[in-house]
Design a binder for this molecule. Sequence first.
Ligand code: DC
Length: 223
Amino acid sequence: MIIAIDGPSGAGKSTVAKAVAKTLGFSCLDTGAMYRALAWQAVRDGIDLADNEALGALAREKEVSFGHEGGDPLPKKVFIEGVDVTASIRTKEIDLAVSPVSAAPAVREALVAQQRRIGQQGNYVVEGRDIGTVVFPDAKLKVFLTASDEERAHRRVRQNVDRGLGSFDYQEVLSDIRRRDDYDSSREASPLRPAPDAVVLDSTGSYIEEVIARICALAKDGR
Ligand code: DC
């Protein structure tokens, strides 16, 4: 069974996806991390981020994988061609590079194929932007998670502080979130939008635990 969780950056998708997966005993796939890993590789290889063909060739050639520890179904590490990029994909440089990389149609084609292969292996909570619309249009449950720009920026700053990565500056994070939302929603290839049959949940002002409980209840109803 696939549970698709889509939504803009900072809506709490990762926290929610991991908690739902843990409660239901599912595995979890963070597709944003796959686009980030590829963006990291493209920057490292000096590839022109406007070159769809070169980026597509890179995406077909390099495999992104996830590392599990001690049988935990939730992955802790991200690798590209065996290189551990868990921390290096969360920098400001990659925040900027990932937008053009993820807008390249050839990249999306290659990564969507990888995502489908992974998801077919069992029960997965898959988080991203186009999971319910493109990657798994037949997902049993589709959630579109959102929250106000301001709340998302506050959460992202707290997350960055906890991780010791990224920007701690609220205004900077807010404008970055808005820039990425615009980019993700207006791009031609798989723009960010809810699937027609998605349950739209706005987490502004509500406890994330309530959102998690709601999704778990919906998943159990649908089984
Ligand atoms: O969820 P995130 O912020 O780590 O995602 C990083 C970038 O990748 C973001 O700019 C949107 C893009 N992305 C995408 O286009 N499609 C997905 N399924 C997941 C992420």
